[in-house]
Design a protein. Structure first.
Length: 137
């Protein structure tokens, strides 16, 4: 019995068993925060790209903006599910073309929501909007 109490391997194993789940949860939480932040930034970038493409289009600016934003959104953040909306279609020189890109970012802690009260159960919704004036020449 005395030999077991003096053996350091047992205490090191116990320390690892206690700290490993905490460290893994913190790392997973940081990864989740990073995914949400990156998804938000990519939504803003896709909206800006779509609005700019539509504002310089000579014909069908809303359609061109939608296609450009969707392509950019799908390639920029393959984890999320993008949704593109045209809020103001532009079309006439000087009018606004406004676009919104929204991502559904998966929640890595969704299964723990039932065990830990206060954790969100569903996915995270992030979005970005951009406005550009319709150019003409």
């Amino acid at each position: 019995m005395v030999r077991f109490l003096r053996d350091r391997r047992a205490s090191e194993l116990l320390e690892f068993a206690v700290t490993a789940p905490i460290v893994l949860a913190v790392m997973l939480g940081l990864f989740q925060v990073g995914m949400v932040a990156y998804g938000s930034q990519m939504a803003k970038e896709a909206a800006r790209h779509g609005a700019r493409t539509g504002s310089v289009a000579l014909d069908r600016p809303a359609e061109r903006a939608y296609v450009a934003a969707m392509r950019h959104a799908e390639s920029a953040f393959p984890i999320g599910q993008p949704e593109v909306q045209i809020l103001a279609p532009g079309g006439v020189t000087g009018t606004e073309l406004r676009i919104r890109v929204q991502y559904t970012v998966p929640n890595l802690f969704a299964r723990l929501g039932a065990l830990v009260p206060g954790l969100p159960h569903g996915s995270f919704e992030v979005f970005g909007e951009a406005t550009a004036r319709q150019e003409g020449w």
